[in-house]
Design a protein around this ligand. Structure first.
Ligand SMILES: [Zn+2]
Ligand SMILES: [Zn+2]
Length: 537
């Protein structure tokens, strides 16, 4: 069993891990590098496989830094399955096509410039059409279902609580007599994010890939952050000013809509124009509404009371460029939410150009700003920013609100790792800037005495089952016997019960003939056993 780290190591973008077991080859995530030129070059890099030889891509979630190179993979001959949750597929449908559109536009722009400079033709990584084509290879999986993908290879997706449909992936691999469980945390969510559920817990694992975006930082509490946002919005209202929020189209935008709705419901602010100026965010919001089964309890309660937390008074969705331009003619106080979240592309650049130099405007950053992005330069205190070839002074109030993050902070990450009970687990710290991954890795080895590595880009490793073992000391039989906690046992029992109930009901609906009387008998036996257990105790 071999691994090669293809991206999302010592950086937050380009997440991709190549795995190989005998002749079976697959990827976990197939993300795009974004940010610096040097990193973006890696999107064109040769890979250790032929696309046609891959059997699967296991996709943790729809963010482009995890899914963005799938259209390119299909274009190059991949004909396997991209396995993900249904909400991830729904989101990928709009996000990948949007990404294809961006690739085409950038290539066109480069060509215009290139022609004048006498350079060769730039080609897009992939087109909108390629993005549309790749969708036919997607196959959805329900959270918690165990999927047998091949001999000696089973996987399970569990809710990662990061964005709608996001998953952590558990992979059970057998090679010869050896068995290992690999766990990919995916991007791990923050506790108590609105709309979606909290991240699941994993207790078993031999090899763990752990994200570390905020591995060196503690977020302010959500409550504090919400209050900060309220203050900013109130101040903008008092000065007839605008609040510009660069936001990822998925999750952050819906989170802000939800929070503003809360302010209005509580009467903390009047209803003011809230512009959602991102066609992608508009589609994403529709997808949220279609995937209510992924919502948390609070959101379900609101919905059942007839309140849609994603529909607030004053909200204006702007699809066309003309509508987008018109926003800046509106002199009233208001809020503009636009993508991209790191200000590198999309309509947000126009809003920044319009507001960065105004003393009274507020720019509110709510998501991670990767190295090399325009967002990062503003957050780091740049005095001027170059936009569309023009130097713009930064005079507006700049705010960074960490508590809206879709990522767990250092404490959240350590808490999540603390549930792993195998003392011989090997942890690969990924999805973080070098310094941050290293710091989190050090903390994990100090606190839990786990073997921790921050892999290098393109580093290869033999995990097990091969001559040149990298981890000879970590044989399964040397591990301490592990015991499942009551929480996990009861949680699993509850889940099995729900799945069984669903399946039986479905069968029952299909008609009496197919309904097997054996199941009724088995149910009776189970309930008898449970009663006996209760009496025994
Ligand atoms: Zn993500
Ligand atoms: Zn990510």
């Amino acid at each position: 069993m071999r691994v090669e780290f293809l991206g999302g190591v010592r950086t937050v973008t380009g997440s991709a891990t190549f795995l190989e077991k005998g002749s079976l080859k697959w990827l976990v995530d197939c993300g795009m590098f974004q940010g610096s030129k040097e990193h973006e070059k890696r999107n064109w890099n040769l890979r250790p496989y032929q696309a046609k030889d891959l059997s699967f891509v296991l996709l943790t979630h729809a963010h482009i830094d995890h899914s963005g190179l799938i259209p390119k993979l299909v274009k190059e001959g991949f004909r396997g399955k991209v396995i993900c949750t249904k909400a991830t597929l729904d989101l990928c449908e709009v996000m990948l096509q949007d990404s294809g559109h961006i690739q085409e536009t950038e290539a066109e722009w480069l060509n215009r410039k290139g022609k004048r400079a006498g350079r060769g033709e730039a080609v897009p990584l992939y087109t909108m059409k390629d993005a549309e084509k790749c969708l036919r290879y997607f196959q959805t999986v329900d959270y918690d279902d165990v999927l047998q993908l091949a001999d000696g290879l089973r996987v399970r997706f569990q809710d990662a609580g990061h964005i709608l449909g996001s998953a952590m992936i558990e992979i059970w691999v057998e090679e010869g007599a050896e068995k290992r469980k690999l766990v990919f945390s995916g991007d791990l969510g923050n506790l108590d994010q609105p709309i979606i559920r909290d991240p699941s817990i994993v207790e078993e694992g031999d090899v763990l890939w752990l994200e570390s975006t905020y591995g060196n930082r503690l977020h302010k509490s959500r409550e504090e952050t919400v209050q900060e946002l309220l203050k900013v919005v109130q101040e903008a209202i008092a000065h007839q000013a605008k609040v510009v929020i660069p936001a990822f189209a998925v999750e952050r935008t819906q989170d802000i809509i939800y929070t503003l709705g809360q302010f209005i419901r509580e009467g903390s602010i009047p209803s003011i124009p809230v512009y959602i100026d991102s066609p992608l965010a508009i589609s994403a919001t529709e997808i949220f509404k279609r995937n209510a089964d992924c919502f948390d309890r609070e959101t379900k309660v609101l919905l059942s009371g007839g309140e849609n937390p994603l529909e607030i008074p004053g909200i204006v969705y702007t699809q066309t460029t003309e509508e987008s331009i018109a926003i800046n003619e509106d002199q009233r106080a208001g809020i503009v939410i636009s993508a991209s979240g790191m200000c590198d592309s999309g309509r947000i650049k126009h809003h920044l150009k319009h507001h960065l130099w105004r003393n009274e405007s507020h720019i509110v950053f709510i998501g991670y700003q990767a190295e090399g992005t325009i967002g990062r330069r503003i957050v780091d205190g740049a005095k001027t920013i170059k936009l569309f070839g023009e130097e713009i002074a930064v005079k507006a109030h700049i705010h960074t609100l960490g508590g809206f993050s879709a990522h767990a902070d250092q404490k959240g990450l350590l808490d999540w790792v603390s549930h792993i009970r195998n003392p011989n687990v090997e942890v690969f710290v990924n999805h973080g800037e070098e310094k941050i991954s290293t710091e989190l890795g050090r903390l994990i080895s100090e606190r839990f005495h786990f073997k921790t590595t921050v892999p290098q880009w393109r580093e290869k490793k033999v995990l097990f089952g091969d001559e040149e073992k990298v981890m000879p000391q970590e044989k399964a039989e040397e591990k301490l016997p592990s015991e499942e906690s009551f929480d996990v046992l009861f949680k699993n029992l509850g889940r099995t019960y729900k799945r069984l109930r669903r399946k039986l009901k479905r069968e029952k609906r299909r008609g009496e003939d197919s309904y097997d009387s054996r199941w009724v008998k088995q149910l009776e036996e189970v309930s008898k056993k449970l009663e006996e257990l209760e009496e025994e105790l």
